[in-house]
Design a protein around this ligand. Structure first.
Ligand code: FE2
Length: 203
C-alpha cells in the first residue's frame, strides 16, 4: 500500500467537514450528506497519476472566486491540485466536439479512483466559462457542493442559478445539466447508491 499523500488526506477531511456541517439540517440534502459520511473511506491502494487538461487552466481563476464559507475546502483543494488525476471520459459528440476541452473531473474515491470504493465516489468537477455540460444521467445519487462560480443548473427541466456555497442533489437517473456564464465552475461531488459503477450518459 502506498503512503497516503497528506494533501489528499486533507482535502478528504475538508470535504467531510462540509458534509458534516450540512448534515445538521436533515432535509434531503442533509440525509444524503449523512449517508455519504457513514460509508467507509477505503485505503489508497491505487496510484495518483496527476494530469492536466485544457480546462485545468481555469483552476486559478476558480480559486479566486467563491464565498468565504467555501474557503477551507478551496484552500485544501488548492494544495491538492498538483496531485489530482483530471479526466474526461465521455464518448465524443459530433454536435459538441470541444466538450473535452471545457470540462473535467478529478476523482479521489470511486471504482476507478486511487481510493478504490464500489460504495461511493468523491471528487471535483471543473467547467470552463461559457460552457454547457449537456443533459446527462446516471444511476448514482449525486450531491454537489459549489466551491466557486455561479452557474445555471437544470434538474428534470427546472432551471436554477446556484452560487458558491450551494448544495445540489441529483436523484438517481434524474436528467441534469449545467451552463456556466463568465466564471468557471468548481464543485465537489459525491455519488452514492446501489450503482456507482455505471458511468454517466448523455441524455
Ligand atoms: Fe451528474
Amino acid at each position: 500500500m502506498s503512503h497516503p499523500d497528506s494533501r489528499i488526506v486533507d482535502v478528504i477531511l475538508a470535504a467531510r467537514q462540509v458534509l458534516s456541517n450540512r448534515a445538521v439540517i436533515q432535509d434531503a440534502v442533509g440525509v444524503e450528506a449523512s449517508l455519504v459520511l457513514e460509508l467507509p473511506i477505503p485505503e489508497p491502494t491505487g496510484t495518483f497519476k496527476p494530469s492536466r487538461l485544457p480546462v485545468t487552466a481555469f483552476i486559478s481563476q476558480a480559486l479566486e472566486n467563491g464565498v468565504p464559507e467555501t474557503q477551507p475546502l478551496r484552500d485544501a483543494f488548492a494544495k491538492a491540485v498538483p496531485v489530482l488525476p483530471w479526466k474526461y471520459n465521455y464518448e465524443p459528440r459530433a454536435d459538441l466536439p470541444d466538450l473535452g476541452l471545457r470540462m473535467a473531473w478529478a476523482e479521489i474515491i470511486g471504482p476507478e479512483a486511487p481510493y478504490v470504493s464500489n460504495q461511493f465516489c468523491f471528487g471535483f468537477t471543473l467547467i470552463a466559462p461559457e460552457s454547457l455540460y449537456p443533459a446527462h444521467f446516471h444511476p448514482a445519487t449525486e450531491l454537489y457542493y459549489v466551491l466557486s462560480g455561479t452557474a445555471q443548473w437544470v434538474l428534470s427541466g427546472t432551471k436554477t442559478r446556484y452560487q458558491s456555497g450551494s448544495f445540489i442533489l441529483h436523484p438517481s437517473n434524474a436528467v441534469h445539466a449545467m451552463q456556466t456564464s463568465d466564471e468557471p465552475l468548481l464543485a465537489m461531488y459525491t455519488w452514492s447508491g446501489e450503482d456507482v459503477v455505471t458511468l454517466s450518459k448523455y441524455a
